[in-house]
Design a protein around this ligand. Structure first.
Ligand code: TXA
Ligand code: MG
Length: 343
């Protein structure tokens, strides 16, 4: 398939181009598009054939449910007939934005989208290209991240091209995504509501709107959200996360780097700006200042992809603080560091 790459300026939407992409969605084809978090791989939520194309293009198992994207809160009615008051409250507070709400689904939503669950995950993205595409398509758009299954999410059109060119109809290039980590996923069907995935809206922000939110409980979580298996977000390189503080962290990063280098592997270090000089004799990529978690989140996936592009065997990654966006970053680094042997 000849993939069309359409460049659109998010600050000056070209509706002729949006209409072309919207037509592809209405015709049951796949369109990759930018959101504020990562790029999504979209299809008409009410077209089962189109939905199954998503799983095939991504090589994604069918037991990993999709997020449905809407452009207007009224579209919730198309997907659910029981949206709880707490879900509405969260939607009003954070939409459009990087928060996904798991709500009871109505029969109109195919079980292909929800992997057989009786709930559906919904969000309204905060990106003009995404919102215009949904409106012009005249249907909610189901879209997982536009990467091959198991790889890091795409934060730039180039990452999508790398993974999916030739297998989908259209890629909209809207530049780098702003947030850089995926949306926060919250199950609103339980009391209290439960955090299923840390992401672009922080737990601290959620707590300003709803008093109580349950976090953790891994086993229950993987049952409720079958897609959230452990090895995810993986670079090709083996990733070692050094979750320590201060001088002890620096020493341990150094020790691991020496160890793998002595074994003959090409070693890279993903460090905070303030520590980069400590590792002078190694190849270092900076994720950002430890105090600037927003910037670190925006850089995370592209930095990991850069290590892969340069064919590193091992990445030693420094940990970040586990609050605010640091929680989302650390969740992803932990999953990326699930042990694997080096090829
Ligand atoms: O920021 C994002 O959320 C991006 C952009 C494109 O919107 N999308 C994204 O989708 O990250 P994806 O497919 O990579 O991750 C969606 C995850 C699934 O792996 C699944 O665990 C969870 O959301 N999910 C989807 N439907 C669910 C449901 N009904 N119940 C629980 N979890 C669900
Ligand atoms: Mg994904």
């Amino acid at each position: 398939m000849n993939t069309k790459i359409i460049k659109i300026n998010p600050n000056k939407i070209n509706f002729t181009k949006i209409n072309k992409a919207a037509k592809a969605i209405r015709n049951g084809n796949l369109v990759a598009f930018p959101t504020e978090t990562v790029y999504g791989l979209g299809a008409d939520v009410f077209n089962e054939k189109a939905i199954s194309k998503i799983f095939i293009a991504k090589k994604r198992p069918f037991n990993d449910p999709l997020i449905v994207h809407i452009a207007d809160i009224k579209e919730l009615e198309l997907l659910s007939d029981q949206v709880s008051p707490v879900a509405l409250k969260l939607a009003e507070a954070f939409w459009p934005g990087p928060l996904t709400l798991v709500i009871k689904k109505s029969p109109s939503v195919s079980s292909l989208v929800t992997s057989g669950l009786d709930t559906v995950a919904v969000r309204m993205p905060n990106n003009n290209i995404a919102l215009s595409l949904i409106r012009k398509s005249n249907t909610p758009i189901a879209a997982p991240s536009a990467n091959l299954f198991g790889r890091t999410s795409p934060t730039d059109a180039w990452h999508v091209i790398e993974d999916l060119e030739g297998n989908i109809e259209i890629i909209i290039d809207g530049g780098r995504t702003r947030v850089g980590v995926e949306s926060t996923v919250v199950d609103t069907t339980t009391v209290p509501v439960q955090l299923l995935r840390a992401g672009g809206i922080t737990v601290e922000e959620l707590r300003t709107v709803i008093g109580e939110i349950k976090i953790g409980e891994k086993l229950q979580r993987s049952f409720r959200s079958p897609g959230m298996m452990d090895s995810h977000y993986s670079p090709n390189a083996k990733l070692i996360l050094v979750d320590k503080k201060g001088e002890i962290q620096i020493k341990e990063v150094f020790r691991q780097a020496m160890l793998y280098r002595a074994k003959g592997f090409r070693v890279g270090i993903m460090a905070k700006e303030e520590n980069k000089e400590k590792y002078e004799e190694f190849e270092v990529k900076v994720i950002g200042k430890g105090s600037e978690l927003k910037k670190c989140a925006a850089n995370l996936f592209s930095t990991l992809r850069d290590f892969d592009k340069e064919k590193f065997d091992v990445i030693i990654a420094e940990s970040l603080e586990k609050y605010g966006l640091g929680l989302a970053i650390m969740e992803r680094l932990k999953k990326a560091s699930v042990p694997k042997s080096i090829k």
